[in-house]
Design a protein around this ligand. Structure first.
Ligand code: SF4
Length: 361
């Protein structure tokens, strides 16, 4: 089935400018690709056509899956609910350790199998009982026009919008992008510009700017993820400096996930992250006053669960995506009644740990 045509201009970028030398500059992400007619940007998703930059992947996805929200990971956002997840193709970072490289490095024709207008995505999410839709698998910044239209269609139906992103976006595009989001998990891939340059072909500062912006200037629920890669971003000194920055700029209540690397893409020779490295990082961050620090991609009940920082009650027990004990009453600890930061319904959802591929077209 063919997707309905997007409204006129939906796939045309508004974040672009004509340069004096005749090239058109994309101003959506800090790469600022300067394009000749017909040329595609670093992300491959955007192409110059005449004087315009066009999102050629508008309305097409690499596939849809109903996931637990914990998989994003979002631990303080509607626990145990299902989220309709999708991505497109391409990426604006070039991470050598990419854990979704079959999608992020794909050309559109290889991967974009499923077609769906924003209305169709939102209707499907509502029909399947998903509380939210997540833009994930590759970075939604590069398909911003599509993601924003989906988010708007979702809002009309009471479905939330979630961005899973590297946070690599310009100052001018950031407000419009986050205005339509309800929650975001932003990667802080490392705390060094050397790492971002060497392993992601990117820079650290725009990511820090995004984190501070989302936390201070929006009502978007924010969680942060750092994939710890042995020998690359897991030194005690780096974790210590990152934790200091986090506490100073994001405060004690933004959840931070330290997740385990597995060998992938261009880094097949690097070993898996040892669980002790994750636990050590968690302890360092907690020692700086951060209240909600998690380990991920490993079996670790203590590090994967939410504990009341005031009375020690086990608030949300997790083993992987499986939830056990649940001791929140709305957003309050059942043990001491203190408020726990996040977006919590009166009760947890009932989706569980299933990941279920679905077709929309
Ligand atoms: S969004 Fe794509 S085309 Fe635009 S600057 Fe970034 S990488 Fe280049």
């Amino acid at each position: 089935m063919l997707v309905e045509e997007p409204r006129t201009g939906a796939r045309h970028s508004r974040w672009r400018t004509m340069l004096a030398d005749g090239r058109v500059e994309c101003r959506l992400c800090p790469r600022y690709c300067k394009l000749h007619d017909g040329q595609r940007g670093f992300c491959f998703a955007r192409q110059r056509v005449g004087d315009e930059i066009v999102l050629s992947a508008y309305g097409r996805s690499s596939g849809f899956c109903v996931d637990p929200i914990e998989k994003k990971p979002l631990y303080h956002f509607l626990p145990r609910t299902s989220v309709l997840s999708f991505g497109t193709a391409g990426c604006n970072l070039g991470c050598r350790f990419c854990q979704n490289w079959d999608i992020s490095k794909a050309r559109e024709s290889d991967r974009l199998a499923d077609e769906a207008s924003p209305e169709r995505v939102a209707e499907a999410a509502a029909r399947m009982g998903c509380h939210s839709v997540a833009f994930t698998y590759n970075d939604p910044v590069i398909f911003a026009e599509y993601a924003l239209d989906v988010a708007r269609a979702c809002r009309e139906r009471g479905v939330k919008a979630v961005a899973v992103t590297a946070g690599y976006i310009t100052d001018e595009a950031r407000p419009e992008f986050y205005r339509e989001m309800d929650a975001a998990n932003v990667d802080l891939k490392a705390f060094s510009d050397d790492f971002y340059g060497r392993l992601c072909f990117a820079r650290l500062q725009p990511v820090l700017d995004t984190l501070v912006y989302v936390h201070r200037e929006t009502s978007v629920w924010l969680e942060v993820t750092t994939l710890l890669i042995p020998g690359q971003n897991d030194s005690p000194d780096e974790i210590d400096r990152a934790s200091d920055w986090f506490a100073r700029n994001l405060g004690a209540d933004v959840p931070w996930h330290f997740t385990a690397f597995h060998p992938d893409f261009k880094m097949l020779g690097t070993p898996r992250t040892h669980p002790e490295t994750l636990q050590r990082a968690r302890e360092v961050a907690r020692s700086k006053g951060l209240r909600y620090v998690y380990t991920g991609n490993v079996r670790d009940r203590a590090g994967g669960s939410t504990w009341c920082p005031w009375c020690g009650t086990l608030l949300i027990e997790r083993q992987g995506y499986e939830l056990g004990a649940y001791n929140l009453e709305s957003n309050r600890c059942k043990g001491c009644g203190r408020r726990i930061p996040g977006r919590f319904a009166h009760q947890a959802g009932s989706w569980g740990a299933r990941c279920m591929p679905v077709r929309l077209s």
